[in-house]
Design a binder for this molecule. Structure first.
Ligand SMILES: Cc1cc2nc3c(=O)[nH]c(=O)nc-3n(C[C@H](O)[C@H](O)[C@H](O)COP(=O)(O)O)c2cc1C
Length: 176
């Protein structure tokens, strides 16, 4: 798995998604892969009610990141919190300007507070919304439940998530 560059792109309002992504980064790095974390920086973090309505409407709120730094990454993992059972819409503001998304392997991750079961609908919406960005299929998805800064569920799915992203095509096609 050498020569593989992975970008973990995330938005985090209260650091749970960032913490979950630190864990993911550490786990992926054990596979001898280069991993970079890219934080989506909003022009302004929305308050609770604005966050709820923006998420429900999948409104693209303004962000400060302007560059397209993803050219060198073959695989990207995009992570946002669950807000009102929709993915916090900052991922859209970011990915909207990234070129050649359809040529990359894409994993999506939700960081939520309630339960994996209740957030299955959030993940379905996340996958559907990706189509509006020209991403017709997602290679792997993951829901992590974090409470009081601790991962309480979803950790058991991380291994499968990584295997789907890195082994399904790459490993079987190029190594076996
Ligand atoms: C505005 C708002 C709405 C939320 N809505 C949900 C929700 O619908 N379902 C859920 O499971 N968690 C919900 N949560 C909890 C967050 O998804 C959870 O705390 C997440 O880990 C926050 O990630 P962050 O710390 O990276 O911002 C909500 C939190 C906020 C602030």
């Amino acid at each position: 798995m050498n020569e593989m560059n992975v970008a973990l792109i995330y938005y985090s309002r209260t650091e749970n998604t960032r913490n979950a992504f630190e864990f993911l980064k550490h786990t992926i790095e054990q596979k001898n892969v280069n991993v970079d974390m890219i934080r989506i920086i909003p022009e302004k973090d929305p308050g609770f009610f604005k966050a709820m309505s923006a998420s429900r409407n999948q409104e693209e709120l303004p962000i400060r990141n302007k560059e397209d730094p993803l050219l060198d990454y073959q695989t990207i993992i995009v992570g946002v919190p669950s807000w009102a059972y929709y993915p916090a819409p900052f991922y859209k503001s970011y990915l909207r300007h990234v070129k050649d998304l359809d040529k990359k392997k894409i994993g999506i991750c939700l960081c939520a507070g309630v339960s994996i079961q209740r957030n299955m609908i959030t993940m379905k919406r996340y996958t559907e919304e990706m189509k509006t960005l020209g991403i017709s299929s997602i290679d792997a998805d993951l829901i992590i439940i974090v409470r009081k800064g601790k991962i309480v569920d979803g950790q058991q799915h991380v291994k499968g998530f990584i295997e789907k992203l890195f082994y399904n095509n790459f490993y079987y096609r190029h190594i076996l």
